[in-house]
Design a protein around this ligand. Structure first.
Ligand code: SF4
Length: 73
């Protein structure tokens, strides 16, 4: 499977911090308290997730209360 890029639709984020708490490797809260994806603090909101970690991200997509974490098409 190729890398897939994950992004947070900030308009729908409830700022619950769940994704950042569960998977800080790929999610963090911005200065306004809204989530965004990242890789080592870079690739903000366009983090390309390696094969091995895609299941972890998929879990956050499924558990996100705002239903606002998506794979980029
Ligand atoms: S889990 Fe969803 S709603 Fe909660 S902070 Fe992350 S992106 Fe926002």
């Amino acid at each position: 499977m190729p890398e897939k890029v994950v992004t947070v639709d900030k308009d729908d984020c409830t700022a619950c911090s769940q994704c950042a708490d569960n998977l800080p490797k790929y999610f963090r809260m911005d200065d306004d308290g809204i989530a965004e994806s990242h890789i080592d603090g870079e690739k903000i909101n366009k983090a390309a997730i390696p094969d091995d970690d895609q299941k972890l991200v998929e879990n956050e997509i499924n558990e996100c209360p705002g239903e606002c974490i998506h794979w980029q098409k």
